[in-house]
Ligand binder design. Structure first.
Ligand code: NAP
Length: 290
């Protein structure tokens, strides 16, 4: 039987409508609109598209966005100074540093400079550490969005083997922590995993986050599995496909995300959600950051 599609686009639209309504209600109570500062360095075309989409989503939800578009040649110290300014600006609630950064800039050092209370991407070691310690604060957007999708389809998590293919800091690792927190048994695969198919075939929940088109073969999918395809691979003809052989996998899975229209829209929705959460925390001065 063919799998049911997990319509991330439709679900993200609902989440964004809820966020918009909450922001509007807060404005009626006298609160200022949340404010997100977006920093983009260089002229990576994909980054420009991502930033444009994120800023448009902010505008639609009633979130003010401040844009810092900076040249590729900017010295690292100037970026550090900008982050300090934004950290200290009480009118800025969230800071988004669009990755990747040019090679001469140490991304990790800059991400670590962002005030964890304003770290709406959830990449700061403080926020990742909180997730690792089972006390999530601001959660990394893509795994957070995937958990919302899984909750939406009433995934049970416990007694389920979740296999995550990909171990990056922004997707694979926090994804594993989220699923572990939810009670699943976890396997993480990466480029040195021997016999990937052996592990994928055991997955009740499969999350593919590698960036290689059709790396995961359809006949590896366990019958009845839930398949989450995070991969975004642009083909020569301009089309986009995921990491999973969609047509064949759909015949074996119970649930599957399409690419596009699955995980991608949820990443933007959770960015808005984190921005609102950060704003509410700052307004109520319940910051539990040391
Ligand atoms: P990344 O930083 O390049 O990480 C890729 C991961 O895949 C690494 O952990 C790497 O292992 C692992 N890997 C590489 N080759 C492998 C192989 N043959 N078998 C198993 N694992 C392998 O990428 P990312 O930022 O996590 O993104 C992954 C994909 O998701 C990309 O297509 C990206 O565009 C997409 N993405 C989508 C969204 C969304 O919102 N939909 C958000 C973020 C990313 P090592 O750790 O050993 O190097």
């Amino acid at each position: 039987m063919a799998a049911k599609l997990i319509d991330g686009k439709a679900f993200a639209t609902k989440i964004k409508a809820d966020i918009t309504a909450e922001i509007s209600a807060r404005k009626n109570q006298g609160f200022a609109a949340p404010c997100l500062a977006v920093i983009l360095v260089g002229d990576n075309p994909a980054s420009h598209i991502y930033v444009r989409n994120k800023r448009q989503a902010c505008e639609e939800a009633g979130i003010k966005s401040i844009y810092h578009s900076l040249p590729n040649t900017i010295p690292e110290n100037d970026l550090k100074e900008l982050i300090h300014q934004l950290n200290n600006d009480p009118t800025v609630n969230g800071i988004l540093l669009q990755l990747p950064l040019p090679e001469h800039i140490n991304s990790d050092a800059l991400l670590e400079l962002i005030d964890p209370a304003k770290d709406v991407d959830g990449f700061h070691p403080y926020n990742l550490g909180r997730l690792a310690q089972r006390r999530p604060a601001l959660q990394p957007c893509t795994p957070y969005g995937i958990m919302m999708l899984l909750d939406h389809i009433k995934e049970t998590y416990k007694n389920r083997h979740a296999v995550i293919v990909g171990a990056s800091n922004i997707v694979g690792r926090p994804m594993a922590l989220e699923l572990l927190l939810a009670g699943s048994t976890i396997t993480i695969c990466h480029r040195f995993t021997k016999d990937l198919s052996y592990f994928v075939k055991q997955a009740d929940i499969l999350v593919a986050a590698v960036g290689i088109p059709s790396l995961i073969k359809g006949d590896w999918i366990k019958p009845g599995a839930t398949v989450i395809d995070v991969g975004i691979n642009r083909l020569i003809d301009g089309s986009i496909m995921g990491d999973v052989e969609f047509t064949a996998a759909k015949e074996k899975a119970a649930w599957i995300t399409p690419v596009p229209g699955g995980v991608g829209p949820m990443t933007t929705a959770t960015l808005l959600k984190n921005t609102l959460t950060a704003t509410i925390n700052q307004d109520s001065e319940t910051r539990d950051i040391p």
